[in-house]
Design a protein around this ligand. Structure first.
Ligand code: FE
Length: 258
């Protein structure tokens, strides 16, 4: 059974993910224990702190694949990038310095700052779509601006963007608020795939298996299977069936008088 992880920081020494090969191999082993067979390696790119050029990621991914073979870890890895939305993105695309989730260049793994959806996002999404690119927006459930204004992600999904919910978010590793918002997104059809976003951080584990188990129990096997299928469709550059989107009501604010 094929299970694809579309977002992880397993490449050693390139960002705030795995620091060295030993850690990378441990994380890769954890991935396979979670049922992951194929992983898109997505180091941060253009996030203001890390730049991971396309050709470097391709070379390092090949080296990592060699190490996985040597250590007998049955994980197939592909080169990718977690691209931060930024004003130079179109230029980077023109320079052929962007990696996609698929070899056809259809899906870009796109992240926002943790606490913002930049004012130029709609224009950027439009420009990407004009080029035939579909953004897969990563972990909207962890973005504080989106949590406060869920319509922000709804509007992007309505325009044809996809979204990736982080497995750990849904199982509660980032707290109740993120867990509940993950569930709300899923319920409203505003989630498409799970990914690990695995880093080597204290308190962060590979929680793909738990997430799928929970999804199965809360929403049924059909949706769990669809999430897995969507990841396969994305990495193969195929069309993902669009969800029937519903809006999420804003969290009620309670004002205490005393
Ligand atoms: Fe990430």
């Amino acid at each position: 059974m094929v299970m694809v992880d579309l977002h992880c920081h397993l490449l050693p020494g390139v960002d705030d993910g795995s620091k060295n090969m030993k850690i990378s191999l441990r994380l890769a082993r954890e991935a396979t224990e979670n049922g992951v067979t194929h992983a898109l390696l997505t180091p941060h790119h253009m996030n203001g702190r890390y730049v991971n050029h396309k050709q470097d990621v391709i070379r390092r991914t090949e080296e990592f694949q060699e190490q996985l073979k040597i250590h007998d870890i049955p994980l197939v890895v592909f080169p990718g990038q977690e691209v931060r939305i930024n004003g130079q993105l179109l230029e980077a695309l023109d320079k052929d310095d962007i990696l996609f989730a698929d070899t056809a260049g259809k899906y870009i793994i796109l992240e926002f700052p943790d606490d913002d959806v930049p004012y130029y996002t709609n224009q950027m999404v439009f420009d990407l779509q004009q080029r035939g690119i579909i953004p897969v927006i990563v972990h909207p459930e962890r973005n504080t601006k989106i949590i406060a204004q869920p319509d922000l992600i709804y509007q992007l999904l309505e325009k044809g963007c996809l979204s990736q919910i982080t497995a750990s978010s849904y199982v509660g590793t980032f707290g109740k608020r993120v867990e509940n918002f993950s569930r709300q997104l899923i319920e409203a059809g505003q989630g498409y795939v799970f990914a690990s976003d695995a880093h080597d951080l204290p308190g962060r584990k590979y929680e793909m298996w738990q997430a799928f188990d929970k999804l199965h129990h809360e929403f049924g096997s059909e949706l769990a299977e669809q999430y897995q299928k969507n990841s396969r469709l994305i990495i193969n550059g195929r069309n993902v069936p669009l969800n029937n989107l519903k809006t999420i009501k804003k969290r009620k604010k309670y004002f205490w008088l005393f």
